[in-house]
Design a protein around this ligand. Structure first.
Ligand SMILES: Nc1ncnc2c1ncn2[C@@H]1O[C@H](COP(=O)(O)OP(=O)(O)O)[C@@H](O)[C@H]1O
Ligand SMILES: [Mg+2]
Length: 484
């Protein structure tokens, strides 16, 4: 018995049909109803073309004519109406026997949706790729050498190539210097090994000082041993120039603030030196009196002269510390310095002022052996700023003391300045480190003390904070003992 091949007609998920030479459906398999929602009797005897999207009727007619003339069936993918009025994409195949068309159609909606999504993504990617201020491309990294696979117009232009001519070229083909090549190859390797984006800034050779910020991103292997890395470069030359300007401005502010710190100090200097001068004057007058009265015992004279000498020494120590503090310390080299010397040098220029205002100064015992690698002038300036602030804070209260604490940790040194002032409200705490923030009268504060101190300390890899947990006002400098 011959097997019943009609079973396939029923089973097929492809849409199978027989169409008469009048162009109307004569026979339809169940897949039609499943795909387009029409019952067979709603389609039979109706022209096939009447179900096509209006824009697809002409291509359908051409395809039918072609096979009627014995030509091969052309590729035909078109939109056919569903019962609900929407359209399905069908991909057709057909033959003509002289009296009938035998056609099969496959639902291509999913494929078309996918292709549409791909095309959409391609358009999106194109939009990026066509940006003329972003250079991007793909490099193949084989045996330690990078080779262009493709790049966008912006990248090609910056390398004086075209998107075609650059394909397959290495950095040496492009005439890049050895040191540049080595640097790029090292970064490519880094991106390959790290498997995550690697970003860096570099000068583009032969570009008259253009700076690029480049990101390398590992994509995968195109074949074993052949790594692909996507790159993206932004021209950051203007950004860099702006940064440079900001830096210059900061330098100017720094200079201005040093001048104003000098002003503050000039006020203090009188106090620091008046007292010793008074002592010297007193001893000198005593000597004069003794001589006038003919009572100049050598022992008494010697004592007075020794006092004078010691006081002169003190003044010169104050002057020396002051000279150091006024200096610009930003360019200084890091060097090892005793913490005790820094603290005492700083106190030398302000201790007298504190004593005059009856501010008790308590200073921690600092071991001679405690040393840190730093720019001593900057640490001293920061410490003096904190003490000057504390001094201003305690002036307003009856109980006046300032404490300077030093604590050694494993690889850090903590210097704290604590005062008996009224402290800071939470809203003030948030703002005091902002440059130019001050609560002081014009002429009394620049609002730069804390922000500059913080930036100097951070330049040492340290921190300067206001300790929220302390009962009294407590500013804390933490510094690494050794610079990394
Ligand atoms: N020890 C302190 N006690 C209370 N307030 C302080 C203290 N230190 C700083 N401040 C507050 O922080 C502000 C900013 O300090 P600073 O940056 O040194 O600038 P300036 O001292 O010129 O005002 C001060 O105006 C003051 O309001
Ligand atoms: Mg200040």
């Amino acid at each position: 018995m011959r097997p019943d091949v009609d079973q396939f007609f029923e089973l097929s998920s492809d849409l199978l049909c027989v169409v008469g030479d009048d162009g109307c459906f004569k026979m339809l398999n169940p897949a039609w109803e499943r795909t387009l929602g029409y019952r067979p009797d709603e389609m039979l005897q109706l022209p096939v073309l009447s179900f096509f999207h209006p824009d697809d009727v002409e291509s359908g007619r051409r395809a039918a004519r072609a096979i009627q003339q014995g030509l091969p069936f052309p590729q035909l993918v078109n939109r056919v109406r569903h019962r609900d009025g929407s359209y399905r994409w069908l991909s057709w195949n057909a033959r003509f026997t002289g009296s009938h068309f035998y056609a099969s159609a496959r639902n291509a909606s999913e494929r078309m949706a996918l292709e549409e999504a791909l095309a959409e993504r391609d358009r999106e990617m194109r939009a990026f790729y066509d940006l003329d201020h972003v250079q991007m491309g793909i490099v193949e990294f084989v045996g330690g050498e990078g080779r262009y696979v493709s790049c966008n117009q912006a990248a090609a232009v910056s390398l004086r190539e075209t998107t075609e001519s650059i394909k397959g070229k290495t950095l040496s083909d492009l005439g890049m210097r050895v040191d540049f090549r080595d640097m790029i190859h090292a970064r490519l390797d880094e991106a390959r090994v790290a498997g995550k984006p690697v970003q860096f800034e570099h000068l583009l050779p032969r570009s008259r000082g253009r700076w690029l910020q480049t990101t390398f991103c590992y994509v995968g292997q195109s074949k074993p041993g052949c790594d692909r890395i996507a790159y993206l470069s932004l021209d950051v030359t203007e950004l860099k120039q702006k940064e440079e300007k900001v830096r210059e401005q900061q330098l100017r502010i720094l200079a201005a603030s040093r001048t104003s710190a000098l002003g503050e100090m000039a006020a203090g200097i009188a106090h620091e030196i008046n007292n010793p001068l008074t002592i010297i004057q007193g001893r000198a007058q005593a000597i004069a009196r003794l001589v006038e009265r003919g009572m100049a015992e050598p022992q008494a004279l010697l004592e007075a002269v020794r006092d004078i000498n010691a006081t002169v020494m003190r003044v010169s120590k104050i002057m020396e510390s002051m000279r150091g503090l006024v200096r610009e310390g930003r360019q200084d080299a890091f060097r090892e310095e005793g913490v005790k010397d820094i603290v005492q040098g700083t106190l030398a220029v302000c201790a007298e002022r504190l004593k005059n205002r009856r501010v008790t100064l308590r200073v921690a015992e600092v071991p001679d052996t405690l040393r840190i690698e730093c720019r001593p002038v900057q640490i001293s300036q920061a410490l003096l700023n904190l003490i000057t602030n504390a001094y201003a804070a305690v002036e307003a209260v009856a109980e006046r003391w300032i404490e300077v604490g030093v604590e050694e940790r494993e690889d850090e040194v903590v210097i704290a300045v604590i005062d008996s002032g009224a402290g800071l409200s939470p809203s003030l705490r948030e703002r005091i480190f902002e440059p130019f923030f001050t609560t002081k009268e014009p002429g009394h504060g620049t609002g730069l003390g804390l922000s500059l101190s913080r930036s100097m300390i951070e330049g040492h890899g340290g921190t300067l904070i206001l300790d929220d947990s302390a009962a009294a006002t407590r500013f804390v400098i933490t510094l690494p003992k050794v610079q990394k």
